[in-house]
Design a protein around this ligand. Structure first.
Ligand SMILES: *Cc1c(COP(=O)(O)O)cnc(C)c1O
Length: 387
């Protein structure tokens, strides 16, 4: 037998973190005490009250059957109410909310409803790889919108050529942003709504980091923008907010036709998330959110330790007001790859080369605040020795 992979699979770029993990495994095998700041995966546990609710929920036989693909009504109501409390959104749980098996799943599947050959999808770069890959799997064409520091890492909509805007059907956005940690202004979101309406483009906003904010900053939902509900769908995740990356749960909200399209795709490829996980997620969404405040305090402390230390060493790091990433310029004379390789080889530190998220990320690197203060001090100590 000869197994011939499709062009879509053969043309996949190596998944960023797989490559990083391979290098890290090599170092570990050599006995290096590796400090991993590479992947955006919280090191702290899911809150106890969520775990307790899961233990109860898993014992209920009614939860052992197939869930519905769109999620239980109880979950969708909890998500709608959370969005109402948090953003002032008025969402109908029946038609404007869909449970997703982690937002990555939905981000990858949503394009199946709207993208086919010739369809252009506007994708920010540097950015989360799944926006492009979802497009590629549907046979569409990605048009990259560069996120440049001089524009505060917001795409310049006026730089999108007219014929591209005409063929485009979806625009992906992600604020607070991974990897740059940039935040969107309400004015920018308003420009996006106007652009989307005049060009008939669906806006998909990835809001995975909406709760990971510091110094009193409160991130808006794209859907709060006047007119956004006519053009948009927003992807939320419990992964980062409640340290639940392994649980695979989130939700999509927004325009009823767009949510219905996502449900149509999903009902044909999956059978929903385990109802017990949905019940535990309800506990997280309905809680007083003091857990989130605790996490904010911890990440603020880590951020200040790392950023102050980097600045001290002479590395131009931005102090993020959201996300758990520090995005910084690599030192003069280094590339993203050469610097990250040097850190791993000489200091046992894993961080992510900025160009791995797209060409305009060249010259930058990203560190995730996913180790404790003591390890961050160790990172700075090692950096001082190497640089
Ligand atoms: C972590 C992350 C997500 C969330 O993924 P889940 O599948 O919900 O765990 C989505 N978008 C971005 C940009 C992320 O960094």
């Amino acid at each position: 037998m000869k197994f011939e992979l499709t062009k879509r699979i053969k043309s996949l770029p190596p998944y960023l973190f797989v490559e990083l993990d391979r290098k890290k495994q090599e170092a570990l095998a050599k006995g290096v005490d590796v400090i991993d700041l590479g992947i955006g995966d919280p090191d702290l546990p899911t809150p106890d009250f969520v775990v307790e609710r899961m233990i109860e929920a898993v014992k209920k036989p009614s939860n052992h059957r197939y869930p519905s693909s769109e999620g239980s009504l109880a979950f969708r109501k909890a998500a709608a109410q959370w969005c109402s409390r948090r953003f002032g959104l008025d969402l109908d749980p029946a038609s404007q909310v869909c449970c997703v098996i982690g937002s990555k799943e939905a981000i990858a599947h949503f394009p199946l409803a709207f993208v086919e050959g010739e369809t252009v999808v506007l994708v920010p770069t540097p950015g989360y790889p799944v926006y492009h890959i979802g497009t590629l799997f549907c046979g569409g064409d990605t048009y990259y919108m560069p996120l440049l520091e001089e524009n505060d890492f917001l795409p310049d909509l006026s730089a999108i050529p007219g014929d591209v805007a005409e063929k485009a059907k979806i625009m992906w956005l992600n604020y607070p942003n991974n990897p740059t940690a940039a935040c969107a202004t309400n004015e920018f979101f308003q420009q996006v709504v106007d652009f989307a309406k005049s060009n008939n483009i669906i806006v998909c906003h990835d809001a995975a980091y909406s709760e990971m904010t510091y110094d009193g900053y409160v991130a808006p939902s794209f859907l709060e923008t006047p007119g956004a509900m006519d053009v948009g769908i927003e992807f939320h995740s419990l992964s980062k907010t409640f340290n639940m990356t392994g649980w695979r749960i989130g939700f999509a909200v927004g325009n009823p036709e767009l949510v219905a399209a996502l449900k149509k795709v999903k009902s044909n490829v999956d059978s929903g998330q385990f109802e017990a996980v949905q019940e535990a997620a309800v506990a997280a969404l309905e809680s007083d959110q003091s857990f989130v405040d605790k996490m904010r305090a911890i990440y603020t402390g880590r951020r200040d330790t790392l950023v102050n230390g980097l600045l001290d060493i002479g590395i131009e790091a931005n102090r993020p007001k959201a996300t758990f990433y520090v995005w910084f310029k690599v030192p003069q004379g280094e590339t993203s790859a050469s610097f990250c390789t040097k850190l791993l080889d000489e200091a046992g530190i894993v961080c992510t080369p900025g160009n791995g998220f797209g060409d305009p990320g060249e010259g930058y690197a990203r560190m995730a605040l996913t180790v404790d203060q003591r390890r961050l001090e160790e990172v700075l100590e090692r950096l001082r020795n190497v640089l």
